[in-house]
Design a protein around this ligand. Structure first.
Ligand SMILES: Cc1cc2nc3c(=O)[nH]c(=O)nc-3n(C[C@H](O)[C@H](O)[C@H](O)COP(=O)(O)O)c2cc1C
Length: 268
């Protein structure tokens, strides 16, 4: 057979294709694992940031997470913890995946239009919450929140004080809003406003609000209000609505009621 026969050319081409495809798929699989690991580490850093536990350049953040944060899966409708006996290998606090749960028909249900103020389409049956502990007692509770802005769904964490009424932080770890407009949700001074805002009034009514415009500190209600984002009315409204959804009866309302009752019982 001559060196430049058609058969030989095709065989060499096929061989090169095979080697390349093996190389590409091996790299993709290896990188995918690494990406998942990095995502998990990033998520942990964001939970710590919401709990004001992320010190700059600290390499021991995993240890801080283990020492100070206690995750718990809850059933949203009842607000009660899911017993550990009902965990399985795909459903544990370590691998709880909000995006997967939110689109699965097994783990979420469609929301009626009038209930879907955060524009998330489906309500997860379960959620993960994080108790921030110091010397054995709960200091804060961090809950995941998400909802639609202008260009994207914003994903973040809301930290509430142990009194269950005062906000301690709101931080977003993923969104596609415009830098300088809706992207100002990441602005440090805008985020700083959330610390100390009153989410519920003394009768338990949800009063937290993101305004279209600036808060006037001399007006009643200012203690529950946060400035809107300049030139980003739609993102502002999205944040306002997602907070209201997640702190309301379809979100963590039942869970907060359970905690409140437990707290009251402890004091009896
Ligand atoms: C390129 C571009 C990017 C924008 N990005 C955002 C954004 O991220 N969030 C937002 O709320 N509005 C954004 N806007 C502005 C909105 O289109 C809208 O004008 C603004 O929210 C004000 O709404 P209003 O006229 O109802 O007050 C953007 C506009 C342009 C032209």
């Amino acid at each position: 057979m001559s060196h430049d026969s058609t058969f030989k050319t095709i065989m060499v081409a096929l061989g090169v294709c095979l080697v390349c495809s093996i190389l590409v798929s091996t790299t993709a699989v290896t990188l995918n694992e690494k990406q998942e690991q990095n995502k998990k580490r990033d998520e942990i850093k964001n939970i710590l940031a919401a709990g004001d536990l992320l010190q700059d350049n600290r390499e021991d953040f995993l240890q801080i997470f283990q020492e100070r944060i206690q995750p718990q899966i809850i059933e949203l409708a009842s607000g009660t913890p899911l017993p550990e006996s009902e965990y399985d290998k795909n459903f544990t606090p370590e691998n709880f995946n909000i995006k997967e749960i939110a689109k699965s028909s097994q783990y979420s249900t469609p929301l009626e239009a009038d209930q879907d103020i955060a524009q998330i389409k489906r309500k997860p049956k379960y959620m993960i919450v994080y108790f921030v502990k110091k010397e054995g007692t709960v200091e804060k509770i961090i809950v995941p929140v998400y909802g639609r802005g202008l260009w994207s769904t914003l994903y973040g964490f809301l930290a509430l004080d142990k009194n269950l009424k005062t906000v301690r932080a709101l931080t977003f770890y993923e969104h596609g809003e415009t830098p300088g407009l809706g992207g100002e949700v990441d602005n440090k001074s805008w985020k700083a406003q959330w610390d100390g805002k009153k989410a519920f009034n003394d009768t338990g009514e949800l009063v937290l609000q993101v305004l279209k415009g600036k808060v006037d500190p001399s007006k009643p209600g200012a203690e529950s209000q946060v400035d809107g984002l300049t030139g980003a009315t739609i993102t502002t409204r999205g944040v306002d609505q997602l907070i209201k959804f997640w702190l309301g009866e379809n979100g963590y309302g039942p869970f907060l009621a359970v905690l409140e009752k437990e707290g009251a019982n402890e004091q009896e």
